[in-house]
Design a protein around this ligand. Sequence first.
Ligand SMILES: [Zn+2]
Length: 128
Amino acid sequence: MSSFSSSSARTDTRNCEAKVCRCGLKAVIKTSWTDLNPGRRFYGCALYGRQGQRQCGFFEWVDNETCPRGKEILPGLFKKLRIMEKELKSNKASKRAVIYLLLLSWVIIILLGLICLQLMAYRKNHLH
Ligand SMILES: [Zn+2]
């Protein structure tokens, strides 16, 4: 595996020639998010992941292997990112709740106003 990455992959990374998978389709570039290869891009079959389609299983790295330090740091960073994304989502949800509460309070105020007006009209009619 190491001979493969040192001899062929290194020359392939710099030229922008489109890779063709065994289906004869242009290979798509995807990014790996595994702990072993975080952020490392690879070529894959364009049909991969499509339902009802047969894919050839074509696979080739675009980037050179992630350096040991990157392997050490990146998974932790991605974990932090996921946690932050979750927090952001819950923040958005609470913001939405505040907007709903504001709208609800306005509806209540308007309803109360209408009730007061009706009460006043009722009193006027009954006093005279
Ligand atoms: Zn293919």
